[in-house]
Design a protein around this ligand. Structure first.
Ligand SMILES: *Cc1c(COP(=O)(O)O)cnc(C)c1O
Length: 435
């Protein structure tokens, strides 16, 4: 029998782990996971951890979900993958049709990771304007504290200093506008009024710079990497109006918030708007396989449709439209349909919010916030090592929490029950009490 220790030592030798100063693992042990079961992760020594972060926001219906497992197994014995340039296959066609039905965006371009979806949307937007002869429209706007991925193009519109500053000399300039995250509102200012004020500052920028701007990219309703910053949907309405007025694309990066996370299938629905580009990934395969997609409109698609090869979108990834990943995504959409997930999540979210009341009332909890299946709070703490301590304290109680700075959040797979939510609540209360 191998134990946790064997695997963590071998991993430290051979695996360079993401988003990690590896020296940190001299004191903080890696956690080798042997298997997954619903909302739980189990290590090689048999310890169980509630996956309260959905394995970096990707898992929707639990680990080793029988329906998704079956779908992938069937596809595996039929066709695992085929080049998508010049060829097509059943899962990619069906998935594109069903995503078009759900979003009203009828053209699907596939990538593998979220960051590649961001790259695709930025390049398509720029190329669209170029195909129209508007070659000056090369600029991008994003929100303060935005996160859109970490490849160079995506990092150019990402505003997280820790990820960005080191690579700044490699990045294209982009412009950041006020974030509507309501934690930044003035005392006494309503969330809606603050969102309107932010929209006004976007209007001021666009009025001057629209001729040189290709697109505005936003994370609709929730800025994930900003520590689950949440905002009023009126901002998206205003952004849509302004983008229309000034001939600027609106890119909705729903890589984290798509697929029911905010309480509707897609977050932008809550503003009653349609983006020009919709980026999806993470939950799209239920957290099984890397797949991303950019959905766009007929108008955009037609601007590339031409006898001239270079007016086409000459972009590709080797695993574009991978059949196994698309099959997993179709199984995810089947679960949404057959189990009426959006509706049942609505009931469950209200119940879970009620269970969280003791957190909300705790004197060390600030800005308690909730959208759909995401709950977050900022912890009043002076400790610079809060995030590390909190992670370790929670793991000791059997809960995987991964705070961002002082922001602690609960973003579980949709299969959690009341008992599991109560475990999150008691763990969080003990963390708050220790501050
Ligand atoms: C995670 C994330 C990305 C990047 O996706 P990767 O698959 O990690 O490249 C982009 N945008 C948002 C909003 C995300 O949360």
């Amino acid at each position: 029998m191998t134990s946790n220790n064997d695997w963590l030592n071998r991993s430290k030798q051979a695996v360079w782990h993401p988003c990690t100063q590896m020296k940190r693992h001299e004191t903080l042990p890696l956690v080798p996971i042997a298997k997954g079961e619903g909302a739980w992760l189990i290590d090689f020594d048999g310890n169980r951890y509630l996956d309260a972060v959905s394995s970096w926001w990707v898992n929707l219906f639990g680990h080793c979900n029988p329906r998704i497992n079956d779908a992938i197994k069937q596809q595996l014995d039929t066709l695992e993958h085929v080049i998508l340039a010049g060829f097509t296959q059943q899962p990619v066609v069906e998935l594109s049709e069903r995503l078009a039905e759900l979003t009203g965006l009828g053209h699907a371009f596939y990538g593998s990771d979220g960051a590649s979806a961001t790259e695709i949307a930025l390049k398509m937007s720029f190329h669209y304007w170029r195909n129209l002869g508007l070659t000056e429209k090369t600029g991008f706007i994003s929100l303060k504290n935005s996160y859109h991925g970490e490849t160079l193009g995506a990092l150019s519109v990402t505003d997280v200093a820790l990820f960005r500053d080191t690579y700044a000399p490699l990045l294209r300039q982009s412009h950041q506008v006020m974030s509507p995250d309501w934690r930044l509102a003035e005392p006494g200012e309503s969330r809606e009024d603050y969102a309107e004020r932010c929209a006004q500052s976007l209007a001021d920028y666009l009025e001057v710079h629209h001729a040189h701007t290709a697109a505005l990219i936003v994370e609709p309703l929730v800025q994930g990497a900003a520590g689950m910053g949440m905002y009023h949907p009126v901002y998206l309405q205003r952004a849509r109006e302004l983008c229309d007025r000034y001939q600027v694309h609106l890119i909705a990066d729903e890589i984290a918030v798509g697929f029911g996370r905010t309480g509707t299938m897609f977050a932008h629905e809550q503003a009653g708007i349609k983006p020009d580009f919709l980026c999806l990934s993470k939950g799209i395969t239920g957290g099984y396989l890397p797949l991303s997609v950019v959905l766009t409109t007929d108008v955009v698609y037609q601007a590339f449709y031409h006898v001239d090869v270079t007016r086409g979108f000459l972009h590709s990834h080797s695993y574009t439209g991978n059949a196994l990943a698309c099959r997993a995504a179709l199984a995810v959409l089947d679960i949404f349909r057959d189990e009426d997930v959006i509706e049942s999540n609505r009931t469950r979210a209200a119940w879970f919010s009620a269970l969280m009341e003791p957190i909300y009332r705790h004197p060390k909890a600030q800005y308690f916030r909730h959208t759909g299946m995401i709950w977050a709070l900022d912890v009043v703490t002076e400790r610079p090592d809060f995030a590390n301590r909190c992670f370790q304290q929670a793991m000791a109680q059997g809960v995987l929490l991964r705070p961002m700075g002082k922001s602690l959040y609960f973003m579980p797979p949709y299969v959690v029950d009341g008992e599991e939510v109560s475990l999150f609540v008691s763990t969080t209360l003990s963390i708050l009490d220790a501050e």
